[in-house]
Design a protein around this ligand. Structure first.
Ligand code: SF4
Ligand code: SF4
Length: 288
């Protein structure tokens, strides 16, 4: 089963939920945790994994042979990302804008465009607390997170439980991280920003046709509008974590919730049981 942990708004407790859920399940299940928040992976701060393998992630970017080029401009015309510009007697490539789609080399009538790999990040694999662990790291200044996320997701083992920690927001990296999941947990907080971004995240996950539920973190900090919204939209809130100074202290020291307060483990096991029920129910209804 693949469970992705996402959140519209950043800083709502996605990492707290991903790490504590994984740790709560690892004694009874084969668990792997994939940190796909490649712009700012931080599960490693809490789990302190032993990294055993590291692999560069590259995308193919164009290299123009100006001996062959006639400066016809076709490559610039087909590039949807303005990553290539043609001037009389010169072609300029902007590698940071290039998405590696290959259209320019495919369509160049003179076969003047070849491709070369450009490193944009790295995928690290290892283990932590008896679980498989992998994380992606996008190089500073790079904008293309999705190839790194795809590479992290290549590590998915289909014979256990995979927990994916996605990046916050609702843009391409979150879609890449959460798509193909069996279930998506959206972590939010009861504030106007939390609600606003939750609504956007729900729309995104529904578009991907993935069953979803909410974890309400820092309950007590704001109002009850998240609960009202979830009721109206028929979205279950599977776990509520209160605003608690002790939880905040643990987090600031890099200690996971279930390791610092083991009494929470049962709640996370209960959370997983509810997720499994929802996934089973959905597969039954799809078969009907
Ligand atoms: S399409 Fe090929 S020949 Fe035309 S400008 Fe681009 S690189 Fe040069
Ligand atoms: S590979 Fe695609 S994105 Fe990159 S420069 Fe060529 S057409 Fe543009």
């Amino acid at each position: 089963m693949i469970i992705s942990i996402a959140s519209g708004k950043g800083g709502t407790g996605k990492t707290l939920v991903a790490t504590s859920l994984a740790l709560s399940l690892k004694d009874k299940h084969k668990v792997q945790l994939l940190d796909c928040d490649v712009e700012e992976p931080n599960d490693h701060i809490f789990l302190k994994p032993v990294i055993t393998r590291s692999e560069a992630v590259c995308i193919q970017t164009p290299k123009v042979d100006e001996e062959k080029c006639t400066y016809c401009g076709k490559c610039a015309e087909v590039c949807a990302y303005n990553a290539i510009a043609v001037f009389p007697g010169h072609v300029l490539v902007f590698p940071e804008l290039c998405h590696g789609c290959g259209a320019c080399s495919y369509l160049c009538p003179e076969k003047a465009v070849s491709e070369e790999g450009r490193e944009i990040g790295v995928v690290e694999q290892g283990h932590a607390e008896g679980m498989e662990f992998a994380q992606g790291k996008l190089n500073v200044g790079e904008a293309m997170a999705t190839p790194v996320i795809r590479k992290v997701k290549e590590q998915i083992n289909h014979d256990g439980i995979t927990i994916i920690d996605a990046s916050p927001g609702t843009s391409c990296p979150v879609v890449e991280a959460t798509k193909d999941s069996d279930f998506c947990l959206l972590v939010t907080e009861p504030t106007p920003f939390g609600l606003n971004d939750l609504v956007l995240a729900v729309e995104m996950v529904r578009e991907l046709n993935i069953p979803l539920a909410v974890v309400l973190n820092r309950a007590g900090v704001g109002d009850n509008k998240v609960e009202v919204y979830c009721r109206k939209e028929n979205i279950p809130i599977l776990l509520t974590i209160p605003l608690d100074i002790e939880i905040a202290r643990l987090y600031s020291r890099g200690v996971t919730l279930v390791q610092g307060m083991p009494q929470w483990q049962e709640s996370f096991i209960g959370l997983f049981d509810k997720i499994r029920e929802m996934v089973d129910e959905r597969s039954r209804s799809l078969k009907r």
